[in-house]
Design a protein. Structure first.
Lengths: 112, 114
C-alpha cells in the first residue's frame, strides 16, 4: 500500500464551483499535512499547512484533516480559472530523519 | 528575496555525457532534497541532505550522485546519463526535514537525454 494516495484527475469544473480535493494516507505517525499548488512549468508552492487534526481556513481555501480516517481534504470555494493547477498533498512526521511524502497530485481545470 | 535557484533550467544531452545540475538556496536551510517528476508517477525523491556532509538516498537514487560541501549548495550529478533519466528535476530546501517547516522548491530543470 502506497503511503499517500491521491486521484490524479483531471478534475474539470466551471468557474464558481466548489472544489474538493482529497488524499488518503496509511501511516498514523504523520502529524504534518500540507497542500502544495503547482502551476504548469513551475515548482510546487506551499498553499496550506495543518498540524494534527482539524480545519484551517485561508480565504477561499479550507484544509481539513481527519486523522481517525487518515483522510485529508482541500476545499476551494468560488473557484477561479487562476486556480487551474496541479494540487499535491504532502504528509510528514516529526523532523529528525523523516522526510515529506507527496501524493502524485490532482490536476484541476477551472473553465470560465 | 528568499529562493532556491537551479541551473540550467533546460538541458538536452546525449547518453553517457556527465552532467551536473546545480542547486543553491539563500535561506540558511539545513535540509535540501532532489526530486524528479514524471507524468503519472508524481514527485519522487532522489537524494536528500540533512546538513553539510550528511546525505542519504531517497526512493530513486540509482544513476545519481550528490554532494553537500557547503550549506547553501546541493548539486545533482549524473555521471553517465541514460534516456530513462529524462525528466523534470526539482531541488527543494527547508529549515528541517519531516514536515515541521515549509519546503521551498526551485523552478525546475527539464532534462532530455538522447
Amino acid at each position: 500500500q502506497k503511503e499517500v494516495e491521491q486521484d490524479p484527475g483531471p478534475l474539470s469544473v466551471p468557474e464558481g464551483a466548489i472544489v474538493s480535493l482529497n488524499c488518503t494516507y496509511s501511516n498514523s505517525a504523520f502529524q504534518y499535512f500540507m497542500w502544495y499548488r503547482q502551476y504548469s512549468r513551475k515548482g510546487p508552492e506551499l498553499l496550506m499547512y495543518t498540524y494534527s487534526s482539524g480545519n484551517k481556513e485561508d480565504g477561499r481555501f479550507t484544509a481539513q484533516v481527519d486523522k481517525s480516517s487518515k483522510y485529508i481534504s482541500l476545499f476551494i470555494r468560488d473557484s477561479q480559472p487562476s486556480d487551474s493547477a496541479t494540487y499535491l498533498c504532502a504528509v510528514g512526521a516529526d523532523s529528525g530523519y523523516s522526510t515529506l511524502t507527496f501524493g502524485k497530485g490532482t490536476m484541476l481545470l477551472v473553465s470560465p | 528575496e528568499a529562493q532556491v535557484t537551479q541551473n540550467p533550467r533546460y538541458l538536452i544531452t546525449v547518453t553517457g555525457k556527465k552532467l551536473t545540475v546545480t542547486c543553491s538556496q539563500n535561506m540558511n536551510h539545513e535540509y535540501m532534497s532532489w526530486y524528479r517528476q514524471d507524468p503519472g508517477l508524481g514527485l519522487r525523491q532522489i537524494y536528500y541532505s540533512m546538513n553539510v556532509e550528511v546525505t542519504d538516498k531517497g526512493d530513486v537514487p540509482e544513476g545519481y550522485k550528490v554532494s553537500r560541501k557547503e550549506k547553501r549548495n546541493f548539486p545533482l550529478i549524473l555521471e553517465s546519463p541514460s534516456p530513462n533519466q529524462t525528466s523534470l528535476y526539482f531541488c527543494a530546501s527547508s529549515l528541517t526535514s519531516g514536515g515541521a517547516h515549509e519546503q521551498f522548491f526551485g523552478p525546475g530543470t527539464r532534462l532530455t537525454v538522447l
